[in-house]
Design a protein around this ligand. Structure first.
Ligand SMILES: CC(C)(COP(=O)(O)OP(=O)(O)OC[C@H]1O[C@@H](n2cnc3c(N)ncnc32)[C@H](O)[C@@H]1OP(=O)(O)O)[C@@H](O)C(=O)NCCC(=O)NCCS
Length: 267
């Protein structure tokens, strides 16, 4: 169940789950409990931890007391360990309904604990851009045709990056003009798209703008109208854009490529 939850949080994680005394098959009540929350673990097969003894892992997660004490030392390297003490729902004997309830309860406890663990230890990290991010962000923008001529000069405050591994795989920027902001250069590397990172970046920039007392964010996009609409932006006439933004060369340039102009009202 823990493996199923972790996979559902992030399809990029490589997860192996194993038992110290693996059963012949995954408990039918575990499969049913996970199916109730839309996660299919029916093809999982119990595996002995001895199969992974020589492999390297970033994390070793033990989920019951017995595993913590009985888990053999892995010969490969384990960078970090964490233990969660869940009850073993398979140890509950009772009516079928009592067994189902036990699996549901543990399923939900696992989700809460692992979601927090994922968010704090494994998930994508968003931070303000640092000087060393300039080259990787430049490369991201270039691939998507979003690189502006004066990129090097304007890279700095207002930029955020999303990091996976140790590498920036996405970026976004807001330029501020008094009470208004221009959201631009929102980009996620191809291999990381469609996993919510774009949304994470946009939400982060909206919060950043809110904290700075900005009333409205504007953007012009030729490629991602639906994406921004999903994130709360709505189409507005070009003339609705404050003049200090509308007359910027980079914004005026967007008129020629038929870009759609959009606004997000913060207040
Ligand atoms: C637009 C972009 C930043 C989205 O990043 P992402 O991490 O894939 O976005 P999310 O995972 O948060 O959201 C994905 C959803 O947004 C929508 N979406 C993503 N890119 C889209 C695009 N170019 N046009 C329309 N909708 C898009 C999809 O419907 C997707 O949902 P689905 O998987 O259910 O179909 C990314 O596609 C990108 O970098 N594109 C190239 C650069 C660009 O066009 N930037 C915008 C101009 S400033």
């Amino acid at each position: 169940m823990a493996e199923g939850w972790l996979r559902s949080f992030d399809s990029e994680l490589e997860i192996r789950s194993a038992g110290t005394e693996p059963a012949a098959s995954v408990h039918a009540a575990a499969v049913a409990a996970m199916a109730e929350v839309g996660i299919d673990i029916s093809s999982a097969t119990p595996t002995s931890v001895s199969q992974f003894i020589d492999q390297d892992f970033d994390w070793l997660i033990t989920v019951c007391e017995q595993a913590r004490t009985a888990c053999p030392a892995l010969a490969g390297s384990v960078a970090q360990r964490i233990h969660f003490g869940f009850d073993d729902p398979a140890a509950v004997h009772g009516t079928p309904e009592q067994v189902r309830q036990a699996f549901r309860r543990v399923r939900d406890q696992i989700r809460i604990q692992l979601q927090r663990f994922y968010r704090e230890k494994l998930g994508p990290l968003l931070r303000d851009a640092l000087p060393q991010d300039l080259q990787p962000v430049r490369a991201l923008l270039q691939v998507c045709g979003l690189l502006e001529n004066d990129f090097e000069r304007q890279f700095g405050p207002g930029w955020t990056v999303v990091i996976r591994g140790d590498v920036p795989v996405g970026a976004a920027c807001i330029d501020t003009y008094g009470r208004f902001g221009l959201l631009r250069s929102v980009v996620v590397a191809g291999a990381h798209q469609r996993r919510g990172l774009g949304q994470l970046l946009v939400r982060n920039r909206i919060d950043w703008a809110r904290e700075r007392g900005i009333d409205s964010l504007f953007l012009a996009t030729a490629t991602a109208v639906d994406f921004f609409a999903r994130n709360g932006f709505r189409e507005v006439p070009r003339l609705a854009v404050p003049i200090e933004i509308r007359t910027l060369p980079k914004f005026e340039g967007s008129e020629t490529d038929n870009s759609t102009v959009m606004e997000f009202r913060i207040r």
